[in-house]
Write a protein that binds this ligand. Structure first.
Ligand SMILES: [Zn+2]
Length: 456
């Protein structure tokens, strides 16, 4: 823990709010400058372009980006030394370039960077596989990414920094020994109330609802499972929100159909999904018509091979640590229909984002069942499961941890759940159900609904 965190922990809450705001203002300098404003204007224009114009822009941006990487990154210069780059004219030529993966980047990271640390905006990618990577970015690229994100939200009516936003994230804003039930701090720089994801327990949820009701956010964003925990509590207790947000924007975690329906029911507004990993993948965003659009100004998605959903990403906004044909580990199902969308934009589309490689369980035979399908196994129960986690340590065996509403839960529900799992996974998989007081979050504050430890 840093010095600043220790100092923060000793301060009264109003000083902590001030410190959170100061940190917010300081971060804003790297996020909302001239490049941000220019990009917002560019994106508004870009939306109205024809698909041909957008694809032509993307080809040109790709050629420039590959050239930039070769000129500024020793790693890419070496990697492409036998490639005829003069004949490289756009997306159709990507196939000529070798692919890269996380291990290759990590082992060569010093040579991959195109700029020294002192001029870079640094970010750290999640370590779900135990591998973490420090990514260096250009300040302008950071602003372009923020602009893309804010533009996506503004299309559906939410203007970031002008409107109030409640965020559930993994920041340590509540000191360990705090006794008051105030689990949020205010970042004035962005009109953002940050809610801690670490203190969401049945005992504290009432306070969270009060916090939200008094702040009256116009959007809720951040960790999906945290919002679902709050919504599920409200529904179980029959509590109505005293506000109607414009939209809900989950990040970082898999959005399940049942969780989405719950949030839309309880808060009376739409949920808009998005995809952009912390490593800097291109963006995929959901529009007002519920369709997933590739943000063509941000990069290229390809499938790793025909018949596979696993993608390679080339991300234009990663000039500090270029990602070109990078095997990011996510699976994305493309939508091959190329018609204009009823939202008014004409793009390339995506049917579904299956999420991380580790976001699934195996059947005894080794087939994969993704997180969305596992979540569906609980949908025939009344709203009595507060949280669940499916853990797989070896093939043929799954442990289901349940945190339930004890007042409403009936013993026979265990059999309903076991039966659902057996139908999905087959009789050769043994299902063990364990009731626990609370299911731990990860250190990042994210909640992992699936924990798959099987190495195949
Ligand atoms: Zn659309």
């Amino acid at each position: 823990m840093g010095k600043l965190q220790r100092l923060y922990d000793r301060m009264p809450i109003f000083v902590q709010n001030l410190m959170v705001s100061l940190s917010g203002y300081s971060k804003s300098r790297n996020r909302y400058g001239k490049a941000y404003r220019e990009r917002r204007r560019f994106l508004t224009e870009f939306d109205s372009k024809s698909i041909e114009e957008k694809l032509a822009y993307r080809d040109k941006a790709l050629v420039d980006f590959v050239r930039y990487a070769v000129e500024n990154s020793a790693f890419y210069k070496e990697l492409y030394k036998d490639v005829d780059l003069d004949g490289f004219t756009g997306v159709k030529d990507l196939i000529k370039l070798p692919t890269v993966d996380k291990e290759l980047l990590r082992a060569n990271i010093g040579a991959v960077y195109t700029l020294p640390r002192r001029r870079a905006v640094e970010s750290h990618t999640g370590g779900t596989t135990g591998k973490s990577l420090t990514v260096r970015g250009l300040r302008d690229d950071m602003m372009y990414r923020m602009a893309t994100l804010d533009h996506f939200k503004s299309r559906v009516g939410f203007e970031n920094r002008r409107m109030r936003r409640a965020t559930f994230n993994g920041k340590h804003i509540v000191p360990p020994h705090q006794s008051k039930k105030i689990f949020w701090r205010y970042n004035r720089a962005c009109r953002q109330m940050i809610f801690s994801s670490f203190h969401i327990t049945e005992e504290n949820l009432g306070a969270y609802v009060e916090g939200l009701n008094s702040f009256k956010p116009q959007a809720i964003d951040g960790f999906f499972t945290s919002m679902c925990d709050v919504a599920s509590y409200m529904e179980r207790k029959g509590i109505k929100p005293s506000f109607t947000p414009v939209a809900i924007f989950p990040t970082s975690e898999t959005v399940t159909d049942s969780g989405r329906a719950l949030l839309e029911r309880v808060f009376g507004c739409r949920v808009y999904d998005q995809y952009a990993s912390s490593e800097g993948a291109p963006f995929i965003t959901e529009c007002a018509e519920g369709r997933l659009h590739m943000e063509l100004s941000t990069g290229v998605f390809e499938h790793i091979e025909e018949g596979s959903d696993e993608v390679l990403v080339t991300s234009f906004l990663t000039r500090g640590t270029p990602l070109i044909r990078y095997r990011i580990g996510d699976r994305v199902e493309f939508d091959n229909s190329c018609t204009p969308c009823a939202c008014g934009r004409h793009d390339l589309y995506v049917k579904g984002i299956q999420g991380r490689r580790l976001d699934f369980l195996y059947t005894a035979e080794g087939a994969k069942i993704n997180a969305g399908n596992v979540a569906n196994l609980f949908k025939n129960l009344p709203n009595v499961v507060i949280r669940s986690q499916a853990i797989q340590e070896r093939l043929g065996f799954i442990t289901v941890l349940l945190e339930v509403d004890k007042a409403l839960y009936k013993d026979e529900y265990d059999d309903v759940i076991r039966d659902e799992f057996l139908h999905k996974f087959g009789a050769s998989t043994e299902i063990q159900i364990r009731h626990v007081e609370s299911i731990e979050r990860e250190r990042s504050g994210k909640f992992r609904f699936i924990v798959n430890k099987v190495e195949l």
